[in-house]
Design a protein around this ligand. Structure first.
Ligand SMILES: Nc1ncnc2c1ncn2[C@@H]1O[C@H](COP(=O)(O)OP(=O)(O)OP(=O)(O)O)[C@@H](O)[C@H]1O
Length: 597
């Protein structure tokens, strides 16, 4: 009994915790619950009224031998109550449907915003397919929570109490039987449900894993085919599907068992009331009308609890999805939250500074990705960041863009530390061309306009010209309206890079961060891009991460990174004199060797 009470408590707490958590960011939940409770109360009163009228009509016609005309007004009232009772589920559906749509939109928005705030470095630790599953199915599970679980819970908490009070007032012994059998049903249900809770959660995780795996296999289809690994992957998918099927059957078995227990429990309880009422009616201890009222009310007493059984399983399904959503929302951000108030910082920006910046990726035992990095850059300068693969170049850019916060040290713009400036405002000051640009399944113009959604077509074309993309786009039959396919499938690597550069240029931010901006370009296109950057230099700070040393000959400052440290800095001429490592790299790039930096 203690165990069952615990189970009851923990399930109620889980549902309550979900409600409380949701009420934090879905306004109107309290009002929704109040309306639901009011509708449940209305429903309970209508059930009692309807049963009372029916009992009276039958007693008057069959026992009192009254003519139908004499009970006409009662019949009319019965019709009115029946119509009102029918309208309650309809009202419920509208209300709950509306609330579910609103809650889903808000939760999805909040989750997406949180994921975007986590930035690329942190998101790398998640599986895209699993996130997609949570964003779609996890959020959709709110539907069941609002349209089934909460309304049924309100009904189950209200109707039995009103019905019980009526039966107690009508006939105390029958009321006592209902009272004794009442707690047994939810306890049975929750005891069985507790078992299925774990299986349901497991099933959710399995489904999420399966989605993640499917996405991985689909995206890496070409590689799998080339390396002859598609059959092995098919086998893995089959195994995961079989495990998922097995868990689904387990959930269904438990659901069936719980439904059976509920049905048997309620049928037996109703039978006990019926026998007790029948015996007392025969021995004239009870009149016909109250006896009939008790018999009519007994099934109504158990009905909401019976209906709660399947809803309880729906609630477990919702809880598994919602718990994953809350876990994602609870993941601390690697950067300060954009809502935090801070100073206003607007262009133009004169300088940026790294002062003893230190960073190590969370969850890694390896040495820090960036150690004690210090440098200054001013408007009008091109700063080149070079170094071997894994030296920490992208990490430096990510910290500057605040996809992560330094563990130690400060990054500042015009003397204002990043921690004092709201994230959204900070990022407005940067245009970024990432190493692996993301191209959306939209037209070329729409993709470029990501850099500035209000840009006119003329501005988009001007940015494309500067990035050396215009000629190619012009040659296409649909020009700038050409759809580029998923992840820019219809574009070459070089075209994707130019499109991404056009997007960054269109943003007209005072600081331009280019991560391998020209790595996929031919020499002529690269020269064109470098000319554009030279033209932008006077009014911008330009940071270029590159492996191609020829492109940075004219940089004002070159930072040479090695194992997370800036081991040398200066102009090309200075580094030629001072740094043996730089000389080595320069010689290697001059002789056009395939140097893996
Ligand atoms: N999300 C991450 N989690 C854990 N470690 C990471 C993560 N991203 C990068 N690292 C590690 O941090 C170090 C620096 O990586 P970073 O990407 O900054 O190098 P890089 O100089 O830009 O390399 P490349 O030229 O190949 O792009 C590497 O050792 C890398 O393995």
């Amino acid at each position: 009994m203690t165990q069952s009470a615990d189970a009851l408590q923990s399930s109620r707490n889980a549902l309550l915790a979900i409600g409380l958590r949701l009420s934090g960011f879905v306004p109107g939940i309290r009002l929704f619950l109040t309306l639901q409770a009011a509708l449940a109360l209305g429903s309970a009163i209508l059930i009692v009224g309807q049963s009372y009228l029916l009992a009276q009509i039958i007693a008057r016609v069959f026992i009192g031998r009254q003519k139908p005309e004499q009970v006409f007004s009662l019949l009319l009232w019965l019709l009115v109550l029946m119509l009102l009772r029918i309208s309650i589920p309809w009202l419920n559906e509208i209300l709950a449907g509306h609330m579910a749509v609103r809650a889903k939109a808000l939760v999805r928005e909040k989750l997406l915003k949180h994921l975007l705030l986590r930035g690329p470095a942190q998101l790398k630790t998640e599986q895209s397919g699993e996130l997609l599953h949570t964003l779609s199915s996890g959020v959709e599970s709110l539907d069941a929570y609002f349209t089934q679980v909460l309304p049924q819970l309100c009904t189950a908490l209200t109707v039995p109490i009103i019905v019980l009070a009526t039966v107690l007032l009508t006939d105390i012994p029958s009321g006592l039987i209902l009272l004794v059998t009442l707690p047994l049903l939810p306890i049975f249900m929750i005891l069985i449900g507790k078992q299925s809770e774990q299986v349901t959660r497991q099933r959710w995780q399995e489904l999420a894993q399966m989605s993640a795996h499917f996405l991985d296999v689909l995206q890496g289809n070409t590689t799998l085919k080339l390396f002859g690994r598609s059959t092995a992957q098919r086998l893995i998918v089959r195994q995961v599907s079989e495990r998922f099927g097995h868990l689904t059957m387990q959930v269904l078995r438990i659901a069936f068992l719980s439904a059976l227990t509920m049905e048997m429990g309620t049928t037996l309880s109703i039978a006990v009331v019926a026998v007790e009422v029948g015996i007392r009616l025969l021995s004239a201890q009870l009149l016909f009308a109250p006896a009939l009222l008790v018999l009519l009310l007994a099934p109504e007493f158990y009905q909401p609890l019976r209906a709660l059984g399947p809803q309880f399983h729906a609630s477990l399904e919702s809880a598994a999805g919602l718990q994953r959503i809350f876990a994602l929302l609870d993941t601390p951000l690697a950067c300060r939250n954009e809502r935090e108030a801070g100073q206003e910082l607007r262009p133009p920006i004169q300088s940026l500074q790294f002062a003893k910046v230190h960073y190590s990726y969370p969850g890694t035992n390896r040495s820090a990705a960036l150690v004690d990095a210090s440098f200054q850059a001013h408007t009008g300068q091109i700063v080149a960041i070079i170094g071997a693969s894994g030296a920490g170049k992208s990490t430096l850019a990510h910290l500057l863009l605040r996809f992560a916060e330094p563990r130690q040290g400060t990054i500042s713009l015009d003397g204002h530390a990043s921690s004092t400036i709201p994230l959204e405002q900070w990022r407005k000051l940067f245009a970024w061309q990432p190493q692996h640009p993301w191209i959306f399944n939209m037209s070329i113009a729409e993709n470029i306009a990501m850099g500035c959604p209000r840009a006119s077509r003329a501005e988009i074309i001007a940015a494309a010209r500067k990035a050396g993309l215009h000629e190619m786009v012009n040659a296409l039959p649909q020009g700038y309206d050409t759809p580029v396919g998923e992840r820019g499938a219809r574009l070459s690597g070089g075209q994707i890079q130019r499109l991404s550069l056009a997007r960054a240029l269109l943003k007209r931010a005072p600081i331009l961060v280019l991560d391998e901006a020209t790595s996929a370009l031919d020499t002529a296109s690269e020269a064109q891009v470098l000319e554009t950057l030279k033209a932008w230099r006077p009014s911008h700070i330009i940071l270029m991460i590159t492996h191609r040393l020829q492109t940075i000959r004219e940089a004002d400052l070159i930072l040479l990174l090695n194992e997370g440290r800036i081991v040398a800095s200066g102009t090309h001429a200075e580094l030629q004199q001072r740094s043996a490592l730089y000389q080595q790299l320069w010689q290697a790039s001059l002789s056009n060797l395939e140097v893996v930096l």
